[in-house]
Design a protein around this ligand. Structure first.
Ligand code: SIN
Ligand code: FE
Length: 290
């Protein structure tokens, strides 16, 4: 099963050891942890945020940097922007508490950006590389993961109606084996330059270059997109899910109004670091990637 279900309805523990162990093993194996009864409730005065016009029309998402409190990508201003930020912050804090209680071994994981995605996924125009309706693994051009730091994401569907519809693909190792021959060589000079110019926050490693290459190659391969193994996963309103998006091939086909919290984790904190994409890629290529 690609989706491992948990019957939670509260945004915190305590959780018994068996539940914690099941969550950890499933997540690191590349399954999606699914919380069908874990809804993020909107307050009465937050229902006005169920409005796609809340974005600034340029960015895909509205995002909150919780350390600075800075809200980006929204047309909302003043008091309305403050209330929007408070809603996104309440979600981010809740998701963080839940992940920490469910996965105690990940204590100290980095809470990165929190996003609100009010725009219908199906309708937006995208370039191929930006199109998350195509199967891909996540790799951020401007945020290097260097020695293989993980990208872990928690989502809630807050839409009043309509599922968020995903597809997930084949296991990471099968995908990597298929695309490895197409990975572009790492150019250390270019990584250094990008960091110097501020294009990237820190220097890209060979691992970062490899993951970006895999992301782009998968999206550009229309035969792969058509014929690759995939499983449909629907997340109804009022449900939440947690997934390593650097490992699980995924495509978001349809849905509006989702909240998302990104986390980063050093692979040393994993129960089974050998399952991390960097370790899989190093085994496959016989090269050190960081
Ligand atoms: C993605 O990470 O590809 C998009 C997921 C989503 O917005 O549902
Ligand atoms: Fe993605």
């Amino acid at each position: 099963m690609i989706r491992e279900e948990f019957a939670l309805s509260e945004w915190h523990g305590p959780f018994d050891a068996a539940t914690q162990a099941r969550a950890l093993a499933a997540l690191e194996k590349g399954q999606v942890l699914y919380f069908p009864g874990l809804a993020f409730p909107l307050g009465e005065n937050e229902r006005e945020f169920l409005d796609p016009a809340l974005t600034d029309g340029k960015a895909k998402n509205i995002s909150l940097n919780h350390t600075t409190g800075k809200l980006q990508g929204t047309s909302a201003a003043g008091e309305k922007a403050e209330r929007l930020a408070a809603m996104i912050e309440r979600f981010g804090a809740g998701a963080t508490r839940l992940v920490e209680d469910l996965l105690p071994g990940y204590a100290g994981l980095e809470r990165a950006r929190t996003s609100y995605r009010p725009v219908e996924v199906e309708d937006r125009p995208y370039s191929v590389i930006q199109d998350d309706r195509l199967l891909h693994i996540d790799a951020f051009p401007s945020r290097p993961m260097q020695a293989g730091r993980r990208i872990l994401r928690f989502f809630s569907n807050v839409a009043p109606s309509g599922s968020r519809c995903w597809e997930v693909g084949e296991p990471f190792e099968d995908f990597a084996r298929r695309f490895a021959p197409r990975v572009k060589p790492h150019l250390p000079g270019q990584s250094w330059l990008f960091a110097r110019l501020g294009v990237t926050r820190g220097q890209r490693s060979a691992y970062d270059e490899t993951m970006l290459s895999l992301h782009d190659a998968a999206k550009r391969d229309s035969r792969y997109q058509k014929n690759a193994p995939h499983t449909a996963l629907d997340f109804p309103p009022g449900s939440s899910w947690l997934v390593y998006t650097d490992q699980v091939l995924h495509a978001a086909l349809k849905g509006e109004f989702a909240l998302e919290q990104t986390f980063h984790l050093d692979i040393a904190k994993m129960a089974e670091p050998q399952r991390a994409p960097i370790k899989v890629l190093e085994r496959l290529t016989g090269r050190r990637l960081a």
